[in-house]
Design a binder for this molecule. Structure first.
Ligand SMILES: [Zn+2]
Ligand SMILES: [Zn+2]
Length: 154
């Protein structure tokens, strides 16, 4: 039994952490840059709303810029391609749990189960997304091939 951190990695999970590291850090960098741009814009908007209603146009401008930046950033976000199977890991949950790498994942379509989100029988997590497709789980393993990609998760 191999243990890495608190996660028990099974023999099905080939280790691709080294080859995934660059992609993960490019992704993390982009998330930080994004916050750097989006948070001040949102603050500017609320400032105008509460303290400077006369500068309405500025508020509108900040709001519009916020959404343009949001849409633009989604399009240009670095893709989290799995180095093992060369596919995008940031998609639908297919076979393996992205959090623990187990293949015991119940999906929406599986009979007997009515699930809003897939659920992992091994770790109990439900990898879900917000309406705008914002991911509410971390990718540590590739959902397609089960490769171990990142320790902390992206
Ligand atoms: Zn893969
Ligand atoms: Zn799991």
């Amino acid at each position: 039994m191999s243990l890495s951190g608190q996660i028990a990695v099974s023999s099905e999970n080939r280790d691709f952490r080294d080859r995934f590291a660059d992609r993960a850090s490019a992704y993390r960098r982009r998330v930080v840059q994004l916050r750097f741009v989006l948070v001040p814009l949102l603050l500017a908007f609320w400032y105008v709303v509460f303290f400077a209603p006369a500068a309405r146009m500025l508020g509108v401008l900040a709001f519009v810029t916020f959404f343009v930046a949001l849409v633009f950033s989604k399009r240009t976000m670095p893709k989290l391609i799995c180095p093992a199977c060369e596919r995008d890991t940031d998609g639908e949950i297919l076979r393996f749990c992205p959090e623990c790498g187990s293949h015991e994942v119940l999906k929406k379509g599986d009979d007997k189960y009515f699930l809003l989100w897939p659920q992992c029988k091994a770790c109990g997590k439900k990898p879900s997304r917000r309406k705008g497709h914002q991911r509410l789980y971390k990718i540590r393993f590739c959902t397609r091939c089960g490769a171990h990609l990142d320790e902390r998760g992206v």
